[in-house]
Design a protein around this ligand. Structure first.
Ligand SMILES: Cc1cc2nc3c(=O)[nH]c(=O)nc-3n(C[C@H](O)[C@H](O)[C@H](O)COP(=O)(O)OP(=O)(O)OC[C@H]3O[C@@H](n4cnc5c(N)ncnc54)[C@H](O)[C@@H]3O)c2cc1C
Length: 365
């Protein structure tokens, strides 16, 4: 077999859809993953913060092509042009329910179950003509999509019995501190207020307000070109700035927060004090070192790294291990070196298309 995807989450699933559309059959693709449901990891986190709407827009889906996206599907289903009009104005955000339905439909019709092998891959080793994945055989083209390496809880809160991570199941106490400044934090401020709690926001910096998790230009070829020209140090600095916590501007946050502030139920403080509950909306551990598979890959193959990233080519391939005969590429958060918004559905598509191009180029040689 020629092609393997390691990681059966949304990035692996999106790559799978692109390969299937590119003509590969289910028995030509092995997907190694801990769960058969590609939305399982994502759903647990979205449910924990009670997310109802996607941050992404119409193109935030798992199909190979951006268009027609989820706005078209919603317009057809509801027999209303509103989703399309909203999409033209960058104001359409699919509901989480619509998104999960879309994943389920695609999972059923794409042959995904025939390709998934329930196994965690411990080691990837370059070998003649491809890559060995534990004892599972040799694969010529491999995409690693392991997702985030774990939840980040600030050191000082690790042993605090009041603390829970935002992405773990929880209810709300009567007084709640939310640590963090991104969309999960903002969502939790509103959740806790709606549950009747008094809310304290603790943040290291003022949150950035932007609709998508990186500025829109970084989703386009024109915006990516200057990013790809940056040297290693500049790129590390740029990524750290781009990936700072942010949440969308808009009345849906501003109005309830302003009202709660007036009522004395919402305030900002610089450190955690005496509330009954502390919710860590502090995202994930960052960097390849926290992922045993990626850390071993780097150490055993002497790969170039910069800051917390593995250095990749612009198409998210590992340059030391990819050539005209074989490909090793990264998808999802570890691919930020090539595409800052790699940890989005649009980012997953960017990597998936590049991966398919490499497979095709190799086949026609
Ligand atoms: C709450 C939340 C809301 C989000 N909302 C949006 C949104 O609106 N729009 C958008 O575009 N993006 C959104 N994202 C970002 C993005 O879509 C997700 O992070 C997405 O889940 C990334 O997919 P992934 O496959 O990289 O990781 P995951 O979905 O976490 O999947 C990785 C999978 O790989 C498995 N795995 C790991 N290591 C191995 C191994 N060695 N061998 C085998 N399997 C392994 C894991 O167990 C897991 O099942 C959101 C993220 C979160 C957390």
């Amino acid at each position: 077999m020629g092609v393997a995807i390691v990681g059966s989450g949304l990035a692996g699933f999106t790559a799978y859809q692109t390969l299937r559309r590119g003509g590969l059959e289910p028995d030509e693709i092995a997907v190694f993953g801990t769960e058969a449901d590609p939305a399982a990891a994502w759903r647990r986190r979205a449910e924990a913060i009670r997310q109802r709407e996607m941050r992404s827009e119409s193109d935030g889906h798992c199909l190979a092509t951006s268009f027609p996206g989820l706005a078209v599907r919603a317009a057809l289903r509801r027999r209303s042009p509103r989703p399309l009009v909203g999409s033209l104005l960058d104001r359409y955000h699919p509901t989480v329910e619509d998104f999960l339905r879309h994943v389920e439909e695609l999972r059923e019709r794409s042959g995904w179950e025939r390709s998934v092998r329930r196994a965690r891959v411990e080691r990837v080793r370059a070998a003649d003509g491809g890559f060995e994945l534990d004892g599972h055989g040799l694969f010529r083209h491999v995409l690693l999509a392991p997702g985030h390496p774990g939840l980040n809880v600030p050191e000082e809160l690790r042993d605090d019995p009041r603390a829970v991570h935002a992405y773990e199941p929880h209810d709300y106490d009567t007084s709640v501190t939310v640590v963090g400044a991104g969309l999960a934090a903002a969502t939790e401020w509103l959740n806790a207020l709606a549950a009747g709690a008094e809310v304290v926001s603790v943040r290291r910096r003022e949150p950035v307000r932007r609709p998508l998790n990186v500025p829109r230009e970084y989703f386009s070829r024109r915006g990516l070109e200057p990013f790809h020209r940056l040297g290693a140090d500049e790129r590390v600095a740029r990524l750290r700035t781009l990936l700072a916590p942010s949440y969308p501007p808009g009345r849906q946050f501003d109005v309830p927060l302003a009202r709660a502030e007036l009522e004395g139920r919402f305030r900002v403080e610089s450190s955690v004090n005496g509330t009954h509950q502390v919710i860590c909306a502090t995202g994930f551990l960052r960097g390849f070192r926290h992922d045993p598979l990626l850390a071993a890959l780097v150490d055993e193959h002497a790969l170039a790294t910069a800051g917390e990233w593995i250095v990749l080519d612009d198409d998210a391939t590992v340059p030391e291990l990819s050539d005209a005969t074989r490909t090793l590429a990264l998808a999802g958060v570890p691919a930020q070196w090539a595409f800052p918004a790699a940890d989005t559905l649009v980012g997953a598509k960017y990597v998936a298309h590049a991966f398919l191009r490499r497979i095709r180029a190799c086949r026609t040689r």
